[in-house]
Design a binder for this molecule. Structure first.
Ligand SMILES: CCCCCCCC(=O)SCCNC(=O)CCNC(=O)[C@H](O)C(C)(C)COP(=O)(O)OP(=O)(O)OC[C@H]1O[C@@H](n2cnc3c(N)ncnc32)[C@H](O)[C@@H]1OP(=O)(O)O
Length: 214
């Protein structure tokens, strides 16, 4: 049993490591001005990696529905690592190379976190793309719901962009589930740089009706 757990932990480390490397590859492609010959060689290496991965592509009914969460039933997470809740998420999943390197943890009834956005996620000059900011708030507020014992679909998400959110600097993340009314979950969140709010969000999430019936 212990051996199996060690094997599973080792596999997860490998999966997370290859996804981190792929994220770094995306950053280098986004930011490099390599000469043609270097691009041609890089393409060959990428094609070789694709060829070795392709036979192991997971397919079939159900795969798309578990793709954001986990391949085991139910939601699980660690108090000091809430990203474990949705390992395949395109926003925070450590098993998804398009996700920025977000850390999120529980602090009482609140979610706190940190992220550094590379130029992969650029919008205006030296700043994070507004759509990426909205996606991160969607995830952050969802996690505030999850730690409060609820999970819901995003109904309405409202973002106030107060100042540019910079690239390549630590961004503090914060969110809380302020109240629940029937199936409605009301949340708030902020992004801060050096203590100054760059963007804030309010979200209304709706619990599925079937969850209330059960
Ligand atoms: C583990 C957590 C995973 C989190 C993943 C990250 C979050 C996401 O990205 S979720 C994906 C994006 N969101 C979606 O795809 C949701 C799509 N929408 C839906 O599925 C449905 O419209 C849904 C579930 C939100 C509501 O449908 P349904 O359960 O039929 O609601 P319905 O019975 O019509 O309305 C219930 C109440 O909610 C209100 N409501 C419904 N939809 C919305 C909405 N979009 N905004 C605000 N209020 C709404 C209604 O007005 C009603 O209020 P009241 O009871 O006061 O009259």
């Amino acid at each position: 049993m212990e051996f199996q757990q060690e094997e599973a932990a080792k596999d997860r480390d490998l999966v997370e490591a290859v996804n981190r490397e792929a994220g770094e590859l995306i950053r280098l492609l986004r930011c490099s001005q390599a000469p043609d010959q270097v691009l041609a060689t890089a393409t060959e290496h990428i094609q070789a990696a694709m060829k070795s991965l392709a036979p192991y592509l997971r397919q079939g009914e159900g795969w798309s529905t578990i793709s954001i969460a986990s391949d085991t039933p139910g939601l699980g997470w660690l108090e000091d690592d809430l990203t474990r809740c949705m390992p395949y998420s395109p926003v925070s999943g450590t098993c998804n190379p398009v996700a920025p390197p977000i850390r999120m943890w529980r602090d009482g009834d609140e979610v706190r976190g940190e992220v550094v956005f590379s130029p992969t996620y650029a919008g205006p000059p030296n700043s994070v793309h507004g759509g990426i900011i909205a996606a991160v708030f969607d995830e952050l507020l969802s996690m505030a719901n999850v730690i409060s014992g609820n999970a819901g679909f995003t109904g309405t998400l409202s973002i106030r962009y107060q100042r540019h959110t910079p690239l390549d600097r630590p961004i503090e993340l914060w969110a809380v589930n302020e109240r629940t009314s029937g199936r409605k979950l009301f949340c708030r969140g902020e992004m801060r740089v050096d203590g100054q709010v760059t963007a804030s969000a309010e979200g209304l999430f709706i619990r599925p009706a079937t969850q209330m019936d059960s």
